[in-house]
Write a protein that binds this ligand. Structure first.
Ligand code: PLP
Length: 462
């Protein structure tokens, strides 16, 4: 295949793309495949002779598509949604066609300057104050790792990268048990060690860290000769949407001169609606905030927005400038690869530009508000069924439920029946040791009728 064949194939793919997205309701949401089915259908080695694209295209439909779970399905209510708005898909198509490595300003000035501008559009959208510049990371996991490395280096007086960690005091980081496992992994990779991730007890319906317990833990670590480095707070944690009290957390951080990172990977998108911002009141005091436009905002994976009060702390931790990466003769430029762990970077800002322009911030807000309102209505309707117990109240578009009478096995069997049925897709979590079912909404194609169907399926398969 060469570029002469491209227009015809491009047209076939885009026809198929539109048909796929508009007919998703007719497909089961979760792949109904058995382990090994796809592997067995794929030859053991690559072909020696070139094959016709027509044959590859046929196999895509016959082998690949039956093994896909449809994340863009309007009745995908599992995990957290991962949207791909059509305007954003077009931008990705363009970015992958131009295929630039956007690691330095001079390797594509448009990508760097677009990224600066788009991060500021998002900053304003979320109501963050000026002086909160940002960078697009590949994932929230990477942003959190960058933040943990920054808090480590800051606490060590910037000596960790140079001298390594042996001989240092134990570096301590504080978080509740509700935070995402990407925090644990960042702690491992940063060489801090799981034993030094101090879990702070939570309180209240939002399961937020108890500031007094946080304060006590830091004081006791100082007394023991440890080195407190930072606090990781969450807004909308993955399990049931726990939200720390950001203002109280940042006040404690200030008292002990600690670095604060806020993981709002999912819920951050909702902050484009001013009425939900109470959930992260005090956010302007945080040092580092991450949210994923690739979840609820409509930019497809990957696109993680990372805001920093002092990017200098981050670049002091991550920047390295061998001669071959130096840009001579251009002052005041930003090289975003100094703000992130990988050197190579895709042109991710382009899809944000297409997305925010094609929907408008008001269009995006309307989408989020519908998801939140329809989720609340479904939660109420399930509550009215005496067989069902609401186990955590709705935080934005996420709540959990279980059987009023029934053990974990009965709940698991219920989830399996629901997902084998295929009309909707739900996943589970453990809440205080008990297996519960999560319901979360956030698909751009979802309509109110999809929530009605969800309620019917949940009850019918009980
Ligand atoms: C999804 C999620 C993450 C991980 O996001 P990636 O971009 O996949 O690394 C982290 N924290 C929370 C709260 C999440 O919901």
């Amino acid at each position: 295949m060469d570029w002469q064949d491209f227009p015809a194939w491009g047209a076939r793919v885009s026809d198929w793309a539109a048909e796929y997205h508009t007919s998703l309701r007719d497909r089961p949401v979760r792949a109904q495949t058995r382990p090994g089915d796809i592997l067995r259908a794929l030859p053991g080695s690559a072909p020696e002779a070139a094959e016709d694209l027509e044959a590859i295209w046929q196999d895509f439909h016959e082998i690949v598509m039956p093994g896909m779970t449809h994340w863009q399905h309007p009745r995908f209510f599992a995990y957290f949604n991962s949207n791909a708005a059509p305007a954003s898909v077009l931008a990705e198509y363009l970015a992958s066609t131009v295929a630039a490595q956007c690691m330095l300003w001079q390797t594509s000035p448009a990508a760097t300057e677009m990224e600066t501008r788009m991060m500021d559009w998002l900053r304003q959208g979320l109501g963050l104050p000026e002086g909160f510049p940002g960078v697009i990371q590949d994932s929230a996991s990477s942003a959190t790792l960058a933040a943990v490395l920054t808090m480590r280096e800051r606490a060590l007086g910037w000596a960790g990268n140079r001298d390594g960690l042996p001989g240092q005091k134990a570096i301590r980081v504080y978080a509740s048990a509700e935070v995402h496992t990407s925090i644990d992994r960042a702690i491992w990779i940063a060489g801090i060690g799981q034993a030094n991730l101090v879990r702070i007890p939570t309180q209240g319906q939002l399961r937020s860290m108890d500031p007094a317990a946080l304060c006590a833990a830091i004081e006791s670590d100082l007394a023991a000769g440890h080195l407190p480095a930072g606090i990781i707070a969450c807004t909308g944690a993955t399990g049931v949407g726990a939200c720390d009290d950001i203002a109280a957390t940042c006040a404690v951080a200030r008292d002990f001169d600690l670095y604060t990172h806020v993981d709002a990977a999912w819920a951050g998108t909702a902050m484009i609606c001013p009425e939900y911002r109470d959930l992260w009141a005090g956010i302007e005091e945080a040092d580092s905030v991450v949210f994923n436009p690739h979840k609820w905002l409509g930019a497809q994976f990957d696109c993680s927005a990372h805001f920093l009060r002092s990017p200098e702390d981050l670049t002091r931790t991550l920047a390295i400038q061998p001669e071959y990466l130096k840009t001579h003769g251009a002052d005041g430029i930003i090289n975003y690869s100094e703000w992130s762990i990988p050197l190579g970077r895709r042109f991710r800002a382009l899809k944000l530009w297409f997305l925010m322009r094609a929907y408008g911030m008001e269009g995006l807000r309307a989408m989020i508000r519908n998801h939140v309102d329809w989720t609340a209505a479904l939660c109420e309707s399930l509550r009215s069924d005496p067989r069902i117990e609401i186990t955590s109240e709705a935080v934005l578009a996420l709540f959990s439920f279980a059987l009023r009478d029934g053990d974990d096995d009965a709940v698991q069997a219920w989830i399996n029946r629901i997902n084998d049925d295929g009309r909707i897709y739900l996943t589970q979590t453990r809440l205080d040791g008990r297996l519960v079912i999560r319901f979360t909404a956030g698909q751009f194609l979802s309509e109110e009728r999809d929530f009605t169907t969800a309620g019917e399926v949940i009850r019918a398969l009980l």
